[in-house]
Design a protein around this ligand. Sequence first.
Ligand code: NZQ
Ligand code: ZN
Length: 388
Amino acid sequence: MLGNFSYSNPTKLYFGDDAISFLKDELKNYGSRVMLTYGGGSIKKNGIYDEVIKALKDAGKEVFEDPGVMSNPTVQKLYEGCRIAKDNDVDLILAVGGGSTIDYAKAVSVSAWCEEDPWDKYYLRMEDVDNRIIPVGSVLTMVGTGSEMNGGSVITNHEQKKKIGHVFGDNVMPKFSILNPKYTFTVLKYQMVAGIYDIFNHICEQYFSGEDDNTSDYLSEALMKSVIHASRIAVKNPEDYEARSNLMWAATWALNTLISKGKTTDWEVHMIGQAIGAYTDATHGMTLAAVSLPYYRHIMPYGLPKFARFAKEVWGIQTEGMGDEAAAEAGLAAMEAWMKEIGVVLSAKELGVTEDMLEGIADATFLLEGGYKTLSRNEVIDIVRASM
Ligand code: NZQ
Ligand code: ZN
C-alpha cells in the first residue's frame, strides 16, 4: 500500500544538445550578479566554460568566478565560497559541473547568509534553513548523482573524518538545470562508470525495501533496465548520444524524489560508502560499488521475495521453479557480472581502505532503519572487510 505523501519538484529542466541556448533567457529571471561555480578545470578544456560565459555576457551579467570545487567538496571550500557569495552579494549561483559542484553550490546558497557555522547547523545538527537562500541554477556536465533535480548536498569534513549529506527542501533545489548529454562525452571512463553505478545504486536503495505492491518498484525496474542497457553501449562507445542521453535522464529520475514516494527506503550502501569516502576521498560511485555485493548478499535473506523479483524483472532470469533463494542469488550474480563488465571497483582495498580504518569507518556510518535489515556496527565492519 502506498503511504501518504506530498509531491512537488520545482526544478525546471532544459534537455538536449541545444539546451544551453535556453540559459540566456533563464538568466533574465535573476539579478545581475552571478557567481559562476565550477570544478578543477574540465569545463575550460572541453569548451563548456566558453559557452556559459557567452550566455552570461549576452544576458548582461556581472560574473564572480568561484573555481576549484573538488570532488567530494570540503567544508573549507564551503567557507571560501560563502565569502565570495556574501562579499559580492550575488543574486544567483550558477554551478557548472557534476554532483560535487552542484551539491557545493546548494551548500553555499544556504550558508552564505547563515550566522552560525553551516557545518554544525546543516550537517551535524541537520537543522532547517532559516536565513536568506541564494538561488542556484546548474549546467550538468557529469551524470550520476541526480543533484541537478534534488535537494541533496554532500559535504566532507576531513578533519572530523565525516562525509555527510543534507537533503534540503524545494526552496534549495536548483531553480533550473541545463542537461546536454554531449557535455558528458569528455568524462573519463572511470568517472563515467562510477556515475553509472551511482545511478543504479540510487534505484536499489529505493527498491530493496518494503514488501507491498508499490508503483515505485515498477518504475524502479524500468529505470534499472534502461541503465543496464545504456551502460553496455556507453562503455563501448562513450560518444553514443542515445546511450548517454538515456543515462542522463535515468540519473535525474533515479534521485529526483519521485520513486521514493509512498514507500520506505534503505540508503545503507550510501551510508557505508560515505564513511569510506570520509577516510579515503575515493570516487563516490566506486565506494558504493565496492560494498554493494557484500551488503546485498548479507541482507538478502531478510528480503528474499524482492531479491527474487529483481532477478526475474530486472535481469530477465527464468526463475520459475527455482525457489526464492536460488532466484535471489542468481539475480545478484547477474548484477555482479554486469558490474565487472562495465568495470566498477569491487574492492574497498583498491579504494585505499586498510584494516586499521575499519573501526573508524564503522563509527562514521549512520545505521538506518528503512531497509530489510538494520545493521549493527559489527555488521558494517564485516561488510567492509568482505569487500577488501
Ligand atoms: O572538477 P572537474 O575538472 O570538472 O572534473 C570533474 C571531476 O574530476 C570531472 N568532470 C565532470 N564533468 C566533466 C568532467 N571531466 C570531463 N568532462 C566533463 N564533462 O569528473 C570528476 C567527478 O566529478 P564530480 O562532480 O565529483 O562527480 P559526481 O557527479 O559523481 O559527484 C560526486 C559528489 O556528489 C555527491 C557525492 O557524495 C560526491 O560528493 N552525491 C550527491 C548526491 C545528491 N546531491 O543527491 C547523491 C549522491 O549519492 C552523492 O552522494
Ligand atoms: Zn550516490
